[in-house]
Ligand binder design. Sequence first.
Ligand code: WTA
Length: 715
Amino acid sequence: MAPFPGPRRTLRIMAQEAPTDIHSSLNETRIFHPQDAKCAGFDRWHISSLTEYKDLHERSVADPEAFWRAEAARLDWFTPFTHVLEWTPPDAKWFVGGSLNACYNCVDRHVQAGHGDETAIIWEGEPKGAHTSHSSSFSHYAAEPEILELTYRELQSQTSRVANMLKSLGVKKGDVVTIYMPMVPELAVAMLACARIGAAHSVIFGGFAHTAIAERVIDAHSRVIITADGGYRRGDIVPLLKNVEEAVELLDSHGHILNHVLCLKRTAQQPPSQRFHTGERRFNNTRFHWWHDLAPTVTDACPCEPMDSEDMLFLLYTSGSTGKPKGIQHTTAGYLAHVQMTARLAFNLIPDSGQLFWCSADIGWVTGHSYVVYGLLMNRVPTLMYEGAPNAPSNDRFWEIIARHKVTHFYTAPTAIRTFMKWGNELPAKHDLSSLKLLGTVGEPINPEAWIWYHEHIGGKRCPIVDTYWQTETAGHICTPLPGAIATKPGSCTLPMLGIDAAVVNESGHELPANKGGLFVIRKPWPGMLRGVYHNRERFVSNYWGRVKDPATGQPYYFSADGARRDSDGYYWIQGRIDDVIKVSGHLLGTMEVESALVSHPSVAEAAVVGYPHEIKGNAICAFVTLKSRWFSEHAGRQPDDEMRKELASHVTKEVGALARPDTIRFAEALPKTRSGKIMRRLLRDVACGVEKITQDTTTLEDFTVVAKLRADEE
Ligand code: WTA
C-alpha cells in the first residue's frame, strides 16, 4: 500500500490518562488510503469506496432489520424465520421462529453444492519430523513437518463420526460439552460435532490449569470433557490429560458428576494414570474413552439437528472484574449471521480465488472461534491452523509457514507483532512473504510503531491492515477498516462495522464531541451480541446494560467497559479497559482472579493485583502481597525474598495457568485503603508504573502508610 504522504496532523494517540495504553511517543499519524484491488492482489472488493461504506452503514443502522434480513439470507435455513428481531432490552431474539444448524452452514452445505473435495482446513503441527502418535482417523500426514489437509467432505464425515461418539456417551441436544484440547484439527471437529447434534461447546484454553478447568466445568453444568493426552508447545508437551485428571479429582470432591472423558492420543507421552481406573475415585474405565477406541464403534453418518435461531451455540468463559470467570452465551443464528458478515467484509473473503486465511489465535479464545473456525468455514475460504509456538524450533516459524502454504491473509495480535519486532527484521526478510494480501490485528490497541513495522516488514508495504476491535461478548468485529473502502490510521480501529451503532458517550449517555475520551457503547442490538452470562442474570444486566442509558428514552446501551475517543474524522481510538480487567499478551485477565489465586496460598493474608505497561506484552502483572504474621514468626529473621516470590508465582501458575503468573511481586506490610476499606488501586498502579516515589526502600517491604494518607481523601 502506498503510504499517502497526505495531510499530516497532530493527534493524541491513545489518551495518556488510560493506564493500560501502549505509550506511544508518536504525535503524528500517517493515513494509508485504500488502494485499488489489483495492487493489493485482490480481484475485487466487496465494498470499494468510503461513500459506499457510509451509505451502507447509514442504512444498516437506520433500518437494521432490513440489513440483517439480507445477511441472514446468506445462511441456509431448515425453517425460515418469521421476523428479524424481538427486543425487550436487554434481551434480544434474532431471526425469530427460524431453525438452522451451524455445522450444516460450515460444512454440509458446501458438500451439497459440489465443493466436497475442496480444502476446508490446512493444519500444521509444531514438531518437525515424522510422528506416528496421532491416533485419529486422519492418515495422510506428511513427514516433515506434520501437515494435514481436510476437505469439506472429510470434515463432514469426521464431524458426523464424532457427533455419533458423543451421542453414544449420552450427549443430547442442549447439553454443554467442555473441550480442552491442543490446536489440532480434531478441536475444530469436536466443536462442529457438538453443533451438529445441538450440544453447546465450552472450549477452555489449553494454557489453563486444573482449578480453572474445574471451575468452568462446574459453572457450565458440563458432564463430558473432550481432551487430548498432550499438546506440543515450544518443543515441550503440555500435559493436558494430567490437568484434566486433577480437575476431575476436584470435581469429584465438589460432588460434580462428570460422566465421561473422551481423549485424543496426540503425543503418546501421557498415558492415563491409575487414577482413571480406580473405582473409589469414580473415574474408572467407564468414564475414560480413547478417541481411537470409540471412533470405529460408530458410523460416520449423522444428520444435522435443526436448532432454533436462539438455541445456544456455545459458551465461552472470559475474565471479569470479579474473581469468577463469566460464561458468555452465544446463540446459533445471530452468531452465524454476524460472524459470516464480518469475516467476509473485513477480510474481503472470496471463495475460489486462491485465498488461504491464517489466524494465529488459539481456538480457546473468541478470535479462534470466530475467525479460525466459523467465519472461514461459512465463507468457504480455507483456514490454516498451526499447533504450536512462533519460536519453535526457531523464531521465524511463522514466516516459514506463510511461505510454505502461500498464506494470503494473516491475522494476529499486537503483542505478537511486538515480539517479532524484537526478534529482528532479518527473520521475515529471509522468507518469501509475497503471497500475503491482507494483514489483521486484534486483541488490544496496536501502537503505531508496531503497525508501521507490520506494514513494512510483513506486508511489504502493499497489504492493507485491518485493526479489528471487538470482544468475546460481541461475537465478531465491531469497529474495523473495510480494506477496499476505509483509509487506515495506525493505532485506530477506524469506523463501525455495518449494522453497528457505536458511540462514545459520557456517563449520562450523551455523545461526546470529537477527541473527548468517554465510554464506548453500542446503542442498538446486533445479532452477535451475547444473550447472557450463564446462570447469572444479575451479572449480565449489571455488567453490560446497567451503566449507560439513552438519555432520551431511558433504554440501556450496551457498554463494552472500554474507554475510547473519536477523532474529527469519526475514527475510533480505543483506550483500553476501564474496569479491573487487564490485557496481558492479548489475553484478558481479571485482577481478582489472580488475587484469589494468591490469597489461596497459606502464607498470604491479602493481595492486590494491577497492570502496568510492558513493551512486549502490552501489560504486565504486578502483585502487591501482604504475608500473614505467622510467616514472619515461622521464618524468624527472614524477610520476604525472591524465593518467596518464586513460590507465589508458581502457585498462581498452578492455580490459574502460566498466563496469570505475576511479572513483579512486591511485598507490603499492609495494602493502602480508603476509609471505607477499598484498596486504592490507582495508587498501586502508579507505584507499579514507577510513577509514585515511595519514601522508603521498596525492595523488600513497601510501606504505603505515607502515600496512602496523602491520597486517602482523593478516593
Ligand atoms: C480489547 C478479543 C483495541 C478491548 C477479540 C476489548 C482491542 C477486549 C482491540 C476484548 C483492538 C480487542 N483495539 N482494543 N483492535 N481488540 N481489544 O474478549 O479492551 O478477549 O474490550 O476479545 O480486548 O477482549 P476479548
